[in-house]
Each structure stands twice: as C-alpha cells, then as structure tokens.
Design a protein around this ligand. Structure first.
Ligand code: ADP
Ligand code: MG
Length: 678
C-alpha cells in the first residue's frame, strides 16, 4: 500500500464502498488518514458485569447461547448471554440476524452498548462487539466518531481507518525537529495515530495540540512569506510634500481625528519606501476612512501617478467619486477625478478611458469595471480598495497585473478584524486601526421591535421625519415571495406611499433596477428630495447620508450580526441622534443573537461573536479552496496563533530551507495563494 493509492486497494473496500467515501471527498489512503473525527465517545471504562448500572456500558466477556428468531413478520431478534468472572448479562440485537453466525463462542469480546430494561428484563441492547484479540475501534476505548454520509456509518469508516492506520509511519514529519522540541509537540505519525485511536484523553489532547499547531503554523508561515516577498519587491517611491497635506487639511469642513491623522502619516511614510505599501485601514462604519484615503491619494496624484479607487458597488463608486471630487475641489484637483463603472453610456465610457490614457484623469473611482475595461494604467502608483473583503483575490491580482508592477495598496474595511485573523489571514498586511470616531457622534439607539408595536413605532418615525431627518428601511426581499415569509421592499414601498407615510416622499431602491434608476433614486435621497428610502441590502456598504437618522430593518432575524452592524452604520453619521429598529418577523422570532446588537456598538466584539457563530468564510469573503476551515485549531485561539506565528518567524530567521520539508512546502505554497490578499 502507498499513501496515494486509491481506497479500493484497502481490504474490505469494494467499488461500492469507495463510491460512498468519494461522497465525503475521500479517495486515497492519505485522504482517509487526514479525515479527523468530529468527536469522540469514551467507552474506555470496562466494568465487571456485577457492577453494571443502567446506561452506556462496556464489558469484557465471553458470549454463549446465541440464538436468533423471527418474533413477527419483519422483526428479528437475536439473544445471547455474556459472562465474565463476576456474573452474566443478557444481550439483545434487533434485526441483525447475522449476529448468530458471526459471533465466536469461547473467545473474549469487548461489548459496548446501552444497559437498560428491554421487555421487562435488563439487557444490553444492540451492542457493538469486538474480539479482544483484534484491535478494537468501536468498543473499550475512546471511540472516534466521524462525519457520516448516506449509507456510510461512522463504524464502517472506523473499520477502514483501522486497516490503513499503520500507513501513518510512511508519512514524513512536516515540522523541523527543533520546532517540535521548542513547542513540546509530538511527532506527526504519532499524532495522526492518536487522533483516530487515542490511548487516553491525554494522548488525544497531545495529538490535537500537535495537529492544530501545524494548521496555524502553516497559515502564518504562508502569510509571513508573502509579506517578505512584498518587502523584496521594488516599486515607485512617492515622496511626502508637507505643504500639500497642510493645504488639504486646511480646506476640510472638519478637523481630522487623531486616529485619522496618524493613519495618513503612517501611509505617507509607507509610500516613501522602495517596496510597496500593503496596509489595511480598519475602521468601524462612520469612522471616516474616505477622507483618509483621499488625502493619501492626493500625494500620489500630485507626483503624476495614477490612483485606482475600487468600490464594491456602482452606487458606492459614484458616491465616492462625488465625495472625493468635493474634497479635492478647493485644491484645484477636482478635474483629475474620474469615474469608470459598468453603467456608463458607451460615449461616457470612451471619454473616461481617453482621459485616463492621456493622464488628465489621475484618480479613477470604479468598480470591477476598472479591471474588465480597457484602461491604460501604466502609471498606477496606488490602489485603494474600499471594503476589501468584498473583492476576490483574483480581482485584486488582475488590477496589479494591469499596471505591470506592484503599486502601493491601501485596503480598507469596516468589518473589524479580530486579532487572531490579523495574525493569520491578514498576516502579510500592516494594519492601522481608526480607533476613534469623529467626536460629534452619538451612540446609535438600537431597539428590537415586535410587529405588534408597529403602529407606535410608525408614529415615532413620523415625528423624526417631520423634524427634518431621513430614514432607511431595509427588507430581505425585493418582491413578495410565495416561498419566504418575509417583507419585500416593493410591498413596504406600496404600504408607505399609499397609507402609512403618505405625506412623505418615499423612494424605492433595489438590485434589480437599472443602474440609472438606482443612481437617480440614490441621488434624490442624498439631496433630501426623498424622506424615506425603502431598499434591500444594496445600501449595506458605504452609503453616506449624514441627515439620515433612522434605520428600520424588517425581518431582522434573517440577517447576520456583522451585516446589521454595517446597516446600522448608515445612520448616526452626524451630530443627530441615530436610531436602529430591528423589526422581528413575529413575536416568537428568535432574537437572542440580535440582543447582542442592541447592547453593543462595538463592531469588534460583534465580529468576534460572528466569527464564532458562523466561521471566517462567511464573514471575511469567500476563499476558494475552503482551506480556511481549519479542522482542529480555531481561528479564535489567539494564544495558539501567537505561538505559531513566532515559530514561523523563527523558521524564516533561521533560514530553514522549506524544500527540506516537502509536505510543509506544498501546503504553505497552496496557502500563500489564499492568504495573498493582493
Ligand atoms: P467610513 O469610514 O464608514 O467609510 P466615511 O468616510 O463615509 O466613513 O465618513 C463618514 C462621515 O463622516 C462622512 O460624512 C465624513 O464627511 C464625515 N467625517 C469624516 N471624518 C470626520 C471628522 N474628522 N470629523 C467629522 N466628520 C467627519
Ligand atoms: Mg466607507
């Protein structure tokens, strides 16, 4: 047998069984060795029969008087007596007629099952039995329980793994010996053996510690290697001009927060270096990232470089273009700001492309169109990526390819990144946190509402609108659906215009509208030609309308915590008090999770919670190979991650040649593509 042999060659595995394993993506012996148990049942306590108490029990006994019979049509019963030196107990199996022939008399068995009353007699019902002389995997030990699939039970998986487990000795150690020693970890073969068939709890813990460490170590090593690669790449330096920075700040309608000033300064330093900046600017919704990015971009523009400013949606791109235009107007740079999105008319698009090519437009705000369209970006000095986790790795890479060199990169996100992820997934980036909001902000009042209180709520909202504020309403659906019991934007729009908010101007915005309709509605709302905007989650990211103070979310329990936090961030963006109302589907809707939101303005804490509840993939974008779904370690274990990262750093500092550790090298290379966020 070889590690890469197909499972069919394992004794007891025919084509039919192999096909079932294939449903679990298990094809080779090696695949199976790395198919870790989901959990364990501890049947290691072997008791004398005399001492048995009702419950799950394990005994070591001989089996005699085994006899099967049909009690009625379709109902077969096998009965036997098991005896050890302390006494005897009845065994009963239902509908397992093969037991009678397969059980050997006069030999010692381990027997595990539930000891309880059955037909007025105490018996062990449907026990698993294994010969003591075999290597027991389902009885008398800590028993691994695997994720099953249709027609493939955990017990069967266990038996096949038993047949291949000696193969672990053919696996190479994947960590340097000094790392094992320093970290107090057991070897790989031993760990794999023990993770499937642990001798005791302590061995199991050691096995999991070793395998969990390996996972996180590989991830952090991949991120660090990417980081060093960037450090060794040359790019165009962008020197800092103090007078220009001062002029920009002088024209702002507000003073920058300390956090904003520090962030800008840090990035000016970054861009003066010979290697590309690769910084993540992390700031909760409303913390003022756009102005920071604009100020950084200005420095690049001034020196004749182009800046690509990428936004995840066309709506946001348009809004950014306008904001940046206004910010740069007083300095005389407004004409250098251009927009390139899919929704432009062909002649507008052509014009934009020409202006980019002849260099009269230096800051191009856009969506994916920036990647897809023919745009000449050979002078690209800086890429700003807003809401970076909304972009795939490939898209970001494509932009870089277009430029023909690696530009400085500023990633921005409102989704707080827990420290554990900052060290792993985001490990190659330098992180700056905007940890303070502009001082004029009040915490947003968040309330859970039952539909019974809709009337009272509406009269509160009416008062707020009458005082001159605006309101967002977000629904989970665009159109009513027979399948889903949830409120649709179209339905709510109808109710509002015809009945509930007749005296106000109401707009409707959703993803199925034409781009120009969306833009028109959004513009009307920004200009306060509309009081209420009924919408779907298209408005989730980035939209900035400081006069809007109310966010009403329908069927709130259908949304993720991070998502609601983002939506909530659309209000409370000025000195006015912001309100967020979470309308539940009905009085009985599950709301426990949502209560965390009501009591918590801290996007960071909510992100930690979301990470625990839904895993990293759901929050931090889609990662192609699912490699992030770690099998043993959790990405919330900061201690482990810190340790692994230090070890990875040591491996680099010591100049270890990864080619000496073939498997580590392969894994790390695969992970580099995943963690490479540029
Ligand atoms: P986000 O970080 O969510 O992208 P924005 O950049 O959209 O936030 O900024 C939110 C609002 O705060 C904008 O209206 C912006 O003009 C305003 N703003 C930004 N910085 C400050 C500041 N230092 N003081 C007051 N308002 C600010
Ligand atoms: Mg923003």
């Amino acid at each position: 047998m070889q590690l890469h042999d197909k499972l069919e060659i394992v004794s007891g595995v025919g084509p039919a069984l192999a096909a079932k394993f294939a449903q679990l993506n298990l094809y080779t012996i090696q695949d199976l060795l790395f198919y870790f148990p989901r959990r364990y049942d501890d049947y290691s306590n072997i008791q004398p029969i005399k001492a048995l108490q009702p419950g799950v029990v394990t005994i070591r006994a001989q089996i005699k008087d085994i006899k099967g019979r049909y009690v009625r049509r379709g109902m077969h019963i096998t009965e036997a007596v098991a005896s050890d030196s302390s006494g005897s107990v009845r065994l009963t199996w239902f509908n397992q007629p093969y037991r009678e022939d397969q059980t050997k008399r006069g030999q010692d068995y381990f027997i595990t099952g539930t000891f309880a009353m059955s037909y007025q007699r105490l018996a062990i019902t449907n026990p698993s039995i294994e010969l003591v002389s075999d290597f027991p995997v389902s009885t008398a030990r800590i028993v691994p329980v695997y994720r099953e699939t249709k027609g493939l039970k955990s017990a069967q998986i266990r038996r096949v793994i038993r047949n291949v487990i000696p193969m672990v000795d053919k696996l190479n150690e994947s960590l340097p010996a000094w790392v094992l020693k320093e970290q107090g970890l057991i070897g790989r073969a031993q760990a794999l053996h023990q993770v499937h068939f642990p001798d005791d709890i302590k061995d199991l813990e050691e096995a999991r510690a070793r395998l969990g460490f390996e996972e996180v170590f590989e991830l952090t090593l991949a991120a660090l290697l990417n980081k060093y690669e960037i450090l060794n790449t040359k790019t165009l330096k962008i020197p800092f001009k103090e007078a220009l920075a001062k002029e920009f700040v002088g024209h702002l309608p507000f003073t920058l927060t300390d956090a904003q000033r520090k962030a800008v300064w840090q990035m000016y330093l970054d861009m003066q270096k010979a290697h590309p900046m690769n910084r993540l600017l992390e700031g909760d919704v409303g913390s003022g990232k756009t102005v920071v990015a604009t100020m950084v971009a200005l420095m690049a523009m001034e020196q004749g470089f182009q800046v690509a400013f990428m936004a995840p949606t066309e709506l946001l791109a348009r809004q950014h273009a306008e904001t940046i235009h206004a910010l740069l107007e007083p300095l005389g740079y407004a004409d250098q700001v251009g927009l390139l999105v899919g929704g432009l008319k062909p002649n507008q698009k052509k014009l934009a492309q020409e202006h980019i090519a002849d260099g009269s437009v230096r800051l191009i705000v856009g969506t994916h169109a920036l990647i897809q369209e023919k745009v000449d970006m050979h002078k690209l000095g800086l890429v700003v990526i807003d809401e970076q986790h909304r972009f795939g790795v490939d898209q970001r890479k494509a932009l870089q390819k277009k430029a023909g060199h690696m530009p400085h990169v500023l990633n921005m996100t409102a989704t707080p990144i827990p420290r554990s992820l900052a060290l792993t997934l985001y490990g190659e980036m330098d992180v700056t946190v905007l940890d303070a909001k502009p001082s004029n902000r009040l915490p947003i009042k968040t309330e859970l509402c039952s539909p019974h209180s809709r009337k009272q709520l509406y009269s509160k909202l009416e008062a707020e609108l009458k005082s001159g504020r605006q309101m967002f309403v977000v629904c989970p659906l665009i159109t009513d659906s027979a399948m889903l019991q949830a409120r649709s934007a179209e339905q709510v729009y109808k109710e509002f215009t015809e009945r509930d908010f007749k005296q106000f101007k109401v707009g409707l915005l959703h993803g199925k509208q034409k781009a120009e309709d969306k833009n028109r509605v959004m513009e009307q709302f920004v200009k306060h030609e509309l009081d209420i905007l009924v919408s779907t989650t298209v408005i989730e990211v980035g939209v900035d309308v400081p006069n809007a103070t109310v966010m009403l979310i329908e069927n709130a329990e259908r949304f993720g915590l991070a998502q609601i936090h983002q939506l909530r961030g659309r209000v409370g963006r000025s000195h006015h008090q912001g309100y967020c109302y979470l309308m539940l589907s009905d009085a009985k809707a599950p709301s426990q999770r949502l209560r965390a939101l009501a009591g918590n303005q801290d996007g960071f804490a909510l992100a930690e919670l979301d990470l625990e509840l839904r895993g990293p993939g759901a929050i931090y974008g889609t990662f192609q190979h699912g490699q992030l779904d770690l099998r043993i370690a959790t990405l919330t274990d900061v201690k482990l991650i810190t340790r692994a990262r230090q070890a990875a750093q040591d491996v680099i500092d010591k100049g270890e040649n990864l080619l000496d550790y073939k498997e580590l090298y392969e894994h790390v290379n695969a992970l580099r593509a995943v963690t490479n966020l540029n």
